[in-house]
Ligand binder design. Structure first.
Ligand code: MTE
Ligand code: MO
Length: 314
């Protein structure tokens, strides 16, 4: 993803002073933790408690990436803009007990305990393609449940045209929130029909195991036809509203990150092409993969955007 401070710079030139200082403070924070920073990356899912979870509809018949590819290369700016540091630093996050505040245009607002959400939403596995706006991609076997099924339990009113999601704000632990790379807390949103689409998913696990902290535990969104930044991690609030939510990336660079963020090989990022993608974990000799419109999920989701100019509504 991209960092915006005084000048907009790409993650690959992390020489900008703000970013440098943010990283230094994060490393300092890491050094005060027992072992953090000295630990190697994670090599495999350990507590395979979800091996009996059935495979749900829309699960793709694809070979998933290796667990270590997905768990050791994360975008989680609350911890760090560095994909390895965020993996290590996210271990500090305590994800139990956890609750989600449900607000706005719903008949059943309130603070819902995670355990109750899990009790009323049967788990399934979905193997999905995942495409980051930075032009890399992977295939992940998620464990979780359809977003829409959970949202229906809160009984949205007819005024609920959009859903806004918010990540935990806790700078003492989420040390990246001490920097100003984004406006915190991280916010994302979907139009209500997108949120109710059966492909939209809430992940609580992956690779038959609980979700690693760095991948968004205990609850994260997965919207496989959109760029990865839509898939917000560590959700603490869900708000139903009439207006389109102000999302973190859109606020930070509106000309680069639109609200819809549908994967589209024909709409370039202002600073790079989106026509191809690097497959995470593939050798440098493996040719890049051709990016597909809606990340290959067009048959299922294209009708949501009928009549819309996808170049303008990017
Ligand atoms: N709260 C929060 N959610 C987030 C991000 C983030 O920095 N903070 N990064 C997003 C981006 S840009 C991507 S590509 C995916 C990465 O998911 P992964 O780290 O599990 O691969 O998480 C998304 N969700
Ligand atoms: Mo991303």
């Amino acid at each position: 993803m991209l960092i915006k401070s005084k000048a907009v710079v790409s993650e690959n030139d992390v020489t900008d002073r703000t970013v440098f200082e943010a990283r230094r403070s994060i490393i300092k924070a890491a050094l005060t933790l027992p072992l953090a920073g000295a630990l190697p990356g994670v090599s495999e899912a350990k507590n395979k408690i979800y091996t009996e979870v059935p495979v749900g509809p829309y699960s793709a018949d694809l070979e998933p990436n290796k667990f270590e590819d997905v768990a050791n290369y994360t975008n989680y700016y609350e911890f760090s803009t560095n994909k390895t540091d965020s993996t290590v630093l996210a271990r500090r996050l305590v994800t139990r007990p956890w609750s989600v505040a449900v607000e706005g245009e719903v008949e059943a607002p309130g603070v819902y305990d995670l355990e109750d959400i899990l009790k009323t939403n049967p788990l399934e596995q979905r193997i999905y393609r995942f495409r980051c706006v930075e032009a890399w991609s992977m295939v992940v076997p998620w464990i979780g449940f359809p977003l829409g099924e959970m949202l229906k339990q809160f009984k949205p009113t007819s005024k609920a045209k959009y859903v806004e999601f918010t990540t935990l704000y806790k700078p003492s632990i989420m040390v990246g929130q001490k920097s100003n790379v984004l406006e915190w807390p991280y916010v994302e949103g979907l139009r209500i029909d997108e949120a109710m689409h059966p492909l939209a998913f809430i992940a609580t696990g992956m690779y038959d195991d609980v979700l690693p902290n760095q991948n968004g535990a205990p609850l994260r969104l997965v919207v496989p036809w959109k760029y990865g930044f839509k898939s917000i991690k560590a959700i603490v609030k869900i708000r139903f509203q009439e207006d389109m939510p102000q999302t973190a990336w859109n606020k930070s660079a509106p000309h680069e990150y639109g609200f819809f963020a549908n994967v589209n090989p024909d709409v370039s990022h202002p600073r790079w092409s989106q026509s191809r993608e690097r497959i995470l974990g593939a050798s440098i000799f493996t040719p890049k993969r051709k990016t597909e419109l809606f990340n290959g999920y067009g048959e299922a989701v294209a009708s949501l955007y009928a009549g819309m100019d996808l170049t303008k509504n990017f």
